[in-house]
Write a protein that binds this ligand. Structure first.
Ligand code: ADP
Ligand code: MG
Length: 396
């Protein structure tokens, strides 16, 4: 995807003395006292801000935080804790500016944080008048917030339409590059793992990937529905029988392309959904009426691991079992380790998938870990994200 990269503008000397507006994602979790409990997003935003400062820009940064009511600022909506953390990380003062839409006082070499952008009336609906006012604040707009790239809001879309220059920050550019490498120009075979709890939440992803991938590995509750579709009994396992036809259509679409949806050959079952439930490995065709399938079995895990080791590109979303329970975590661990060992370029995303990656400590061995939950899933669905669309339009 062709977009203007902020790093290129910096390298070309086009940023010195310019007013730069950075839309970051600083939506951090906080405790009841408002303290930041996890600051990954603040730390991740530093390279873009630092690059703008180093290039001699007058820097404005904003983000949303939580879900405030537009037009009604409340103290708990404030980015004040973020300003404080950012100041520590940058080693310089970061003044927080409220009511900033009509004008911001900032000099080259300085950075200010503009208060929670979702407090502005018209932000969510991408109001044109608001977007134009914000665009007028700057010479260069930088979107570095992948987590909101699937939403067309005033700070993620409208401002990009009207700013003199609209560019992608380093975080957004890295996401674009990884996604292009994995899905637009993948090294083959391209293997996707789509797992997790429900087919219904990922049906569009399954259908979109069925058009692209060489192997579509299903796992978790999603695999249960696919097992049903292949005529296997799954007992009391989590499944969506009303989506059987959809599952069959995915299997058929893959088969027609000479690709495959591997169905588990063995599973790990329990009689109750509990951390201390006894785990029993069974052949896929030996599941009892009162069984719950909570993980893929060791043979299946080994078969899938072998396919992952041979892959050219791997896309991973969703744990293949109830990995929160130790006895049912081995399938997900085997998949995680196989991805880590594979020479394939791998890209992974999704809330629980990131938790699994952290649990098995394979962060460094995954080619790219996407930070944007909803945005990542929409890319897998084959959608063009609004933020990408407008940036690429502004680049041509
Ligand atoms: P992600 O957040 O990575 O997109 P999901 O939210 O779709 O993933 O799915 C993760 C959840 O699916 C986990 O909480 C896991 O326990 C659950 N899960 C996985 N396999 C099963 C299964 N066989 N039965 C019930 N729940 C499952
Ligand atoms: Mg989840």
């Amino acid at each position: 995807m062709n977009v203007i990269r902020f790093s290129d503008l910096c390298a070309q000397g086009k940023v010195a003395g310019q007013r730069v507006f950075i839309r970051a994602d600083l939506n951090v979790p906080q405790d009841d006292a408002g303290r930041i409990t996890e600051d990954t997003r603040v730390r991740a935003s530093v390279p873009c801000i630092q690059a703008a400062l180093d290039a001699g820009a007058a820097v404005m940064v904003t983000s949303h935080l939580g879900r405030p009511t537009e037009g009604a600022f409340k103290p708990e909506d404030s980015l004040a804790p973020v300003a404080e953390r950012l100041a520590e990380l940058l080693g310089r003062p970061v003044p927080l500016v409220a009511n900033w839409v009509d004008g911001v006082d900032v000099a080259p070499g300085q950075v200010v944080l503009l208060e929670n952008c979702r407090v502005n009336k018209g932000e969510k609906k991408n109001d044109e008048a608001l977007a134009k006012k914000m665009a007028a604040l700057c010479d260069i707009y930088v979107n570095d917030a992948f987590g909101t790239a699937h939403r067309a809001e005033a700070t993620t879309y409208g401002i990009a339409q009207f700013a003199k220059i609209a560019s992608a920050g380093p975080l957004l550019a890295a996401e674009i590059d990884a996604i292009t490498k994995a899905l637009a120009h993948p090294a083959r075979p391209l293997v996707a793992i789509v797992a997790g709890s429900k087919v219904s939440t990922k049906l569009t992803i399954l259908k979109a990937l069925a058009e692209k991938v060489d192997q579509l590995i299903v796992g978790g509750g999603i695999a249960n529905t696919f097992m049903l579709a292949s005529g296997l009994s799954i007992g009391k396992s989590l499944a969506e029988p009303d989506l059987l036809d959809q599952a069959k259509a995915v299997i058929e679409a893959m088969r027609a392309r000479g690709a495959a949806v591997p169905i588990p050959v063995d599973v790990v079952t329990a009689k109750t959904f509990a951390a201390d439930a006894a785990a029993t490995v069974k052949a896929a065709d030996a599941v009892a009426e009162d069984d719950l399938i909570l993980d893929i079995g060791p043979k299946t895990a080994e078969m899938l691991a072998a396919q992952l080791r041979e892959a050219g590109t791997i896309v991973w979303n969703g744990p293949v079992g109830v990995f929160e329970f130790e006895a049912f975590s081995h399938g997900t661990e085997a998949i995680a380790r196989a991805i880590a060992q594979s020479k394939a370029f791998s890209i992974a995303g999704g809330g629980d998938t990131l938790a699994a990656i952290a649990k098995y400590g394979i962060e460094k061995d995954v080619g790219y870990i996407s930070t944007g939950g909803g945005a990542f899933l929409e890319i897998l669905e084959g959608k063009t994200l609004p933020a990408f669309e407008i940036l690429s339009r502004r680049a041509s």
